[in-house]
Design a protein around this ligand. Structure first.
Ligand code: F6R
Length: 254
């Protein structure tokens, strides 16, 4: 494994969540001091949805409430959103983030950005999203999960990858994996708007979480295998500051 990847292996999901929250909170505290002196006093962070970061978000809420970290003063950019989907749909990532983090820590809605799943012109929406990230001064730390197929955001394995935020079809494997959150597999939107690989790789630091036996093989491929568009997460090997927090089950093959 490369030196630019720092790996924390934790006993289980709960300690993985705690460790990830501590790393994230430490970054928020440190960056708040530097950012106060810049044109962007609300540093931007990148958030992920899915089941993996839910425990970390719970820990962050506790830390915020006990005064250990202030999450009301950040700018948030989410990796992705289904397309099409209404921002009030219970399965939308907008609702997910409000329910799992933003409402509890009081991040003002005007400082939480998620691609608009109802945009009439998705291509223009994607271009505007990258522009907003850049205006916010870039992302200090990007939280990531990893798909069973090696996707990050909704950048699915394939012959090529996209650099900037884009309108993507979802891989069948992703539709099947995410069907657990919908009434039926037919209700899973077939597309998404997702930050592209360059948009993700531009974050100063990456914090990737992985939990469970089901992620062991793909995590090993991503971190120790060849860099390939067929495993989008393998491109993280080219980033110079990646922190991986995995539980023992997910880290089994590393
Ligand atoms: C979610 C996202 C996805 C998930 C990945 C893992 O915003 O971008 O890449 O991180 O699908 O999902 P879970 O955590 O549910 O296994």
């Amino acid at each position: 494994m490369l030196r630019n990847l720092r790996l924390h292996v934790e006993k289980d999901y709960s300690s993985m969540s705690q460790q990830a929250a501590e790393i994230f909170a430490a970054a928020v505290r440190a960056n708040a001091i530097t950012a106060a002196k810049t044109a962007n006093p609300r540093p931007a962070y990148g958030f992920a949805t899915g089941s993996t970061p839910v425990g970390m978000y719970k820990e962050l809420i506790l830390m915020h409430k006990s005064g250990n970290v202030n999450l009301s003063n950040i700018t948030a950019f989410n990796l992705d959103e289904y397309y099409p989907i209404s921002p009030t749909d219970p399965q939308s990532y907008r609702v997910f983030m409000r329910e799992n983090l933003f409402d509890a820590v009081g991040t003002p809605p005007e400082n939480t950005y998620i691609p608009d799943g109802q945009a009439k012109d998705p291509i223009a929406e994607c271009a505007a999203y990258d522009e907003k990230i850049s205006k916010a001064g870039g992302i200090y730390m990007q939280i990531l999960g990893i798909g069973n197929n090696g996707h990050i955001g909704f950048n699915e394995p394939g012959a090529s990858l996209m650099a900037t935020t884009w309108h993507t079809p979802l891989a069948q494997a992703t539709i099947d994996a995410n069907a657990r959150n919908f009434a039926s597999v037919n209700d899973v939107p077939r597309h998404a708007l997702t930050m592209g690989m360059h948009s993700i790789m531009m974050a100063k630091q990456i914090l990737l979480l992985a939990s469970g036996e089901g992620k062991a093989e793909i995590l090993h491929k991503a971190l120790c295998g060849p860099i390939t568009t067929n495993v989008p997460a393998s491109l993280l090997q080219l980033h110079n500051d990646v922190i991986i927090v995995a539980d023992q089950a997910a880290a089994r093959l590393l």
